[in-house]
Design a protein around this ligand. Structure first.
Ligand code: NAD
Ligand code: UFG
Length: 330
């Protein structure tokens, strides 16, 4: 089976390529390196001792996509490519709409031309906005609070409309909760190019003494210790979810939506304490005011993914904290 992976050199894509190669899929990857590095290719090869094809370029480039589909008999697509920084999307909405929507449209046009009908799409728990009822189920109401989130929601709509127009299509929408961690070899991990906005990459910078302390955004939420609660999932578990999605598409048509999370929430201070314990390192922090737009708690109902995909996350919070910080020399 030949799988085209867009954005495959990024954080989640690279861990998924490792899983794909380990499961004997052939991988063809396209990435424009706007948020990743070419050295990830060698890292993936080192971990798996397997090879894959890489095309440098943009998913918005129809000629390049056409060339890729001509040169390779693609069976399914996993579409990770996209910009993902919430704050940046508020500042530059058009950049986000242009990149994240045009890429999917172009990809679908070329897929249609080559009669490729199976696609897994990277969506996000951000499409649920603020939910009162937890755990969050896939059929909850959807609304977004920033342009990044809106690109995810509109992408879901585009894919749904395409499925109606073409009944042969099989689409799996994966709504990720909070991916953290890295490959257990320490070779592959999240490597943000700019100042990290997300909790775990920021904690790592503090652990490495690049930043003096962690800003904890609010301790007056209605949660176990007042700090924000999220559903953190190990990126290698998330990668397995994509293998399950590919298997699901082999005998299902139409569109289906799945949460990928652990189903349990942890607070910021629980993460800090666990990280300190398993890595034997101090994470100084200061409590600050709430970050605008944040919610108190968010965690997934994992039932649907368990029942229909046969997917269940296996890694513990300890694993996640350890594998986030692990170095190659461990
Ligand atoms: P990432 O930035 O590490 O990876 C995205 C990759 O896509 C990068 O390698 C980037 O260079 C590439 N890319 C972006 N636009 C492209 C384009 N037009 N053409 C070719 N390549 C392009 O991000 P990630 O964390 O691996 O996320 C992957 C997907 O999952 C994204 O769609 C993201 O929105 C979604 N997602 C991520 C999270 C998260 O917390 N990491 C949560 C929910 C959803
Ligand atoms: N937090 C801090 N300090 C930091 C960073 C985060 O205290 O430096 C707190 C936040 O206030 C929140 C929790 O840590 O309570 C998690 O914050 P993240 O920024 O890591 O994650 P979010 O849940 O806010 O958002 C992430 C992605 C979104 C995505 C969402 C759901 O950034 O794009 O998960 O998938 F939509």
């Amino acid at each position: 089976m030949n799988i085209l992976v867009t954005g495959g050199l990024g954080y989640i894509g690279s861990h998924t390529i490792v899983k794909l190669l380990e499961n004997n899929y052939n991988v063809i990857c396209i990435d424009n390196l706007c948020n990743s590095n070419e050295d990830v290719i060698e890292k993936i090869k080192k971990i798996t001792s397997k090879d894959f094809k890489f095309y440098y370029g943009d998913v918005n480039n129809k000629d390049l996509l056409t060339k890729i589909f001509k040169e390779n008999k693609i069976d399914s697509v996993i579409h990770f490519a996209g910009l993902k920084a919430v704050g940046e999307s508020v500042k530059y909405p058009l950049k986000y709409y242009k990149n994240n929507l045009n890429s999917t449209i172009t990809l679908l046009e070329v897929m249609t031309e080559f009669n490729v009908n199976k696609i897994v799409f990277s969506s996000s728990a951000t499409v649920y906005g603020k939910q009162e009822i937890l755990p969050i189920k896939e059929d909850s109401t959807l609304h977004t609070t920033n342009p990044y989130g809106t690109t995810k929601l509109v992408n879901e709509m585009i894919l749904k409309d395409e499925t109606v127009a073409n009944p042969n299509m099989s689409v799996v929408i994966l709504r990720y909760f909070n991916p953290i961690g890295g490959h257990e070899s320490g070779i592959l991990k999240e490597n943000p190019k700019d100042t990290p906005n997300n909790l775990m990459p920021y904690i790592i910078k503090v652990a490495n003494k690049e930043y003096p302390y962690l800003h904890v955004y609010g301790n007056d939420y209605d949660t176990i210790d007042g700090t924000g609660v999220r559903d953190y999932i190990h990126v290698c578990d998330l990668a397995t979810g994509h293998i399950k999605a590919l298997e699901y598409m082999n005998n299902h048509q139409g569109i289906e939506y799945f949460n990928l999370g652990v189903g349990k929430g942890y607070s910021v201070l629980e993460i800090v304490k666990t990280f300190e314990k398993v890595n034997n390192v101090k994470i100084p922090y200061k409590i600050e005011s709430r970050r605008p737009g944040d919610i108190a708690s968010c965690y997934a109902s994992t039932k649907k993914a368990e029942q229909l995909l046969g997917f269940k996350a296996t890694k513990t919070l300890e694993d996640m904290c350890k594998d986030s910080y692990r170095t190659n020399n461990d």
